[in-house]
Design a protein around this ligand. Structure first.
Ligand SMILES: [Zn+2]
Length: 271
């Protein structure tokens, strides 16, 4: 009997989340802070260290870190216009390119200055989580955010190749955030009748990522363990000539960034 009672008590304590967990959930749920992370980092000689277009033939070279230095401020403006606080960070140091440095200053980018931006670091919040770029996630979780969005573009080929499987990668806590952002992206950008990005009729996807060994997996896992919705933006393929041609027009890049912001706002407004 005693053993049975003990087993029952253990089962109940397992099922009911602890006070601490509930508190963390409430903090994330009530938070009006959004953190954006500009993916990868800027290297003084080689420039942005993310994915890039195969060449300049579609209106110019696009590299994802440099792209988001230019346009993360548009995401932030959209989020702040809706009454939320938006902070932007990057794992590296201030870009040595003066135009990008000016854009970073204007957008208020916080540079985490990882001593070695390509090295693996440990999560201070959940020390069993390790990843390249984790110092950005540490900064993000220090802000007690309601959402964290890692700004990237994708690429799946060293040569031009049409690919339409863009998606938001998310943690469990971020499934609704990713679904809302994907809906907005499909509604306002992908194949949108006016000024849309061609995508062969394929809607924006949502991919739940729980494998810490895969790109960005443990950023998402560390956020998940703080009950913070987190997504990685991988909607555009820089190896897709139609996407590159679209994003090379300044007005379109602004449209794209604003749609990322609107997706975040629509999610926060209906939490
Ligand atoms: Zn990336």
């Amino acid at each position: 009997m005693k053993r049975l009672l003990f087993a029952a008590a253990a089962a109940v304590s397992f099922l009911i989340p602890s006070c601490y967990q509930m508190q963390m959930q409430q903090i994330a749920y009530n938070s009006k802070v959004v953190v954006l992370d500009i993916g990868h980092y800027y290297e003084p000689v080689r420039g942005g260290q993310g994915a890039r277009t195969p060449d300049a033939s579609k209106g110019g070279v696009i590299e994802e870190t440099e792209f988001w230095y230019r346009y993360a401020g548009e995401v932030k403006k959209t989020v702040e216009a809706a009454g939320y606080t938006c902070l932007i960070c990057n794992r590296g140091d201030v870009p040595t390119n003066p135009k990008l440095a000016a854009a970073a200053e204007k957008a208020g980018v916080h540079h985490v200055k990882s001593p070695i931006p390509t090295a693996i670091y440990r999560s201070t919040h959940h020390p069993h989580r390790i990843a390249v770029g984790m110092l950005s996630t540490n900064y993000a979780l220090d802000q007690q955010p309601g959402a964290v969005v890692f700004l990237h573009h994708n690429s799946n080929s060293a040569t031009w190749k049409v690919c339409n499987k863009g998606a938001f990668y998310c943690n469990e806590a971020g499934v609704r955030l990713a679904q809302t952002m994907a809906q907005v992206m499909t509604r306002d950008i992908l194949d949108a009748p006016k000024d849309g990005m061609p995508n062969n009729g394929v809607p924006c996807g949502v991919v739940l990522r729980t494998d810490g060994r895969r790109g960005g997996g443990d950023w998402l896992n560390a956020c998940n363990e703080s009950y913070v919705p987190a997504v990685i933006t991988e909607v555009a393929y820089l190896s897709n000539p139609e996407h590159a041609r679209y994003l090379n027009k300044h007005e379109n890049a602004v449209r794209f960034a604003q749609a990322v912001g609107r997706g975040i706002v629509e999610y926060l407004n209906k939490r």
